[in-house]
Design a binder for this molecule. Structure first.
Ligand code: C5P
Length: 235
């Protein structure tokens, strides 16, 4: 019998709204392990820096402030989703509006911020199996991950998904009234900002498996991933 792995790391990278987080969440449920949406950590940091008017160019202030930012990700088993805490306060919804979404891409360019996030991300994975999604998980955070996937989808499909996701969320809480056209513009801007930045830009790791999710349902995406990993990981 094949020697099955006990502890594993699965990295899922790709541009915004390519299906990473939804796939990671469903996959984690099937594999009975935790999933971390690393984007929510950059978002929480962006919220803190914005609310406290921190000048991103002042490295000394930034360094000091970073030590005051405590980000925790807890699993809410009732809702079956992660809850993001910033210095003990839940910010799960607050970090999803378009202002913080775009600001997270700006703060994510800073080396000092990325170093802190990567340290936190590696710490979370120290003693447990994990599925983590983001932009640099397979290239920088876990270059030795057991599996690396890179999810893509057409810009129209990604904009549609994000629009539906925002509409869905606005039913239960207030979120920006945003048009499909504006969503597409924001996605393009973020794609460009994330893939052209100097430090840890969004790019596919050499040994990652690319999956185009444009015409796949979420179940089909997850099945494709499972078909690839099933001989290595106990399901
Ligand atoms: O994944 P999500 O869209 O929530 O990420 C928000 C922003 O955080 C991204 O646009 C990107 O700039 C940044 N990010 C990053 N590295 C990661 C995850 C997210 O730079 N691993």
């Amino acid at each position: 019998m094949k020697n099955r792995r006990k502890k594993f790391v699965i990295a899922i990278d790709g541009p915004a709204s390519s299906g990473k987080s939804t796939a990671a969440k469903l996959l984690a449920k099937k594999l009975k392990c935790i999933y971390i949406d690393s984007g929510s950590m950059y978002r929480a940091a962006a919220l803190y820096l914005k609310e406290n008017n921190i000048d991103l160019e002042n490295e000394t202030a930034l360094n000091e402030i970073l030590n005051k930012i405590n980000i925790e990700i807890l699993y809410n088993s009732e809702k079956e989703e992660n809850v993001i805490l910033l210095n003990g306060k839940e910010v799960s919804m607050k970090i999803r509006n378009s202002e913080i979404t775009n600001y997270s891409s700006i703060i994510a360019k800073k080396r000092i911020i990325r170093e802190r996030m990567v340290w936190l991300q590696r710490k979370i994975a120290e003693n447990q199996s994990i599925i983590m999604d983001g932009r640099d998980i397979g290239t920088v955070v876990f270059p030795d991950a057991d599996f690396k996937f890179f999810l893509t989808a057409s810009i129209n499909e990604r904009a549609k998904r994000r629009f539906l996701e925002m509409k869905d969320k606005s039913a239960s809480s207030r979120i920006d009234d945003i048009s499909l056209k504006k969503i597409k513009e924001d996605l393009k801007w973020r794609d460009n900002t994330d893939s052209t930045r100097e430090i840890s830009p969004l790019k596919m790791a050499n040994n990652a498996i690319q999956i185009d999710t444009t015409n796949l349902t979420i179940e089909e995406q997850v099945q494709e991933i499972i078909d690839i990993i099933k001989n290595e990981i106990t399901l």
